[in-house]
Design a protein around this ligand. Structure first.
Ligand SMILES: [Zn+2]
Length: 230
């Protein structure tokens, strides 16, 4: 509710509604195989794995520990869009004059574009040079499924962007099995990740199924990690 101000909670505390739309069951955190949770999580299960605010990539060694990669489809459709057309109508290009290669098409909805512009400005104002990471950036809005699945990627809603793919790396390209992704040889600097997190974007490099180029607007996960004791 802090992250998305139009959420209301049902009197029994078991469902939420966004902007007066239909009630969505929060569900429970089920005792089922993690691959099944990943395919079709409840809204509560989105919080099953705590997103680590510290820059610690050892937690991701545990298979299926993917904080933020568990996404309830109905929740995201209610938060954002049900159709490609609706998503497209909300898009805007976000650029940063001091970082000419950083140009991303994201949604204006829920202040995503505004938060991304602020994050890029903060990066540009720092004394580090991030240009190589934003050269040949992997992209942003793209109405598509996640590779190898039928689940919509959050790129479909214009809330995600990718930095340079070769530098970021992606678990599927290693040939790894889904339940045994190995070491992630990271070159993404901590300062980039912490700056993005400060503006509400999580980083896919903290996932077992690492997607080190990927950043995604998920203020609810960051607020949860900050505010709810471990
Ligand atoms: Zn991505």
């Amino acid at each position: 509710m802090l992250a998305y101000d139009d959420i209301s909670l049902s009197p029994d505390g078991r469902a939420i509604s966004l902007n007066g739309q239909d009630w969505l069951d929060l569900g429970t955190i089920r005792d089922i195989p993690p691959e099944n949770t990943l395919r079709d999580p409840t809204i509560l299960e989105q919080f099953k794995y705590r997103y680590p605010l510290e820059f610690d990539l050892t937690q991701r060694a545990v298979p299926f520990v993917d904080p933020g990669r568990l996404r309830n489809a109905a929740f995201f459709e209610a938060l954002y869009f049900q159709t490609e057309q609706a998503a497209r109508e909300s898009l805007v290009y976000v650029t940063e004059p001091a970082m000419t290669q950083a140009s991303f098409r994201v949604t204006r909805k829920r202040n995503v574009a505004c938060q991304l512009a602020a994050a890029l400005a903060a990066l540009a104002a720092s004394d580090q040079d991030y240009n190589a990471l934003f050269a040949d950036a992997g992209g942003s809005f793209n109405w598509r499924a996640i590779a190898g699945t039928t689940r919509l990627s959050t790129h479909s809603f214009g809330i995600a962007f990718d930095v340079n793919a070769e530098m970021g790396k992606y678990w599927l390209w290693t040939g790894a099995k889904e339940d045994a992704v190995g070491h992630y040889d990271n070159v993404i600097p901590e300062s980039l990740v912490t700056t993005m997190e400060r503006f509400g974007f999580i980083w896919g490099g903290k996932w077992h199924h690492f997607d080190g180029m990927h950043f995604e607007f998920r203020p609810e996960l960051i607020l949860y990690s900050r505010m709810v004791p471990d």
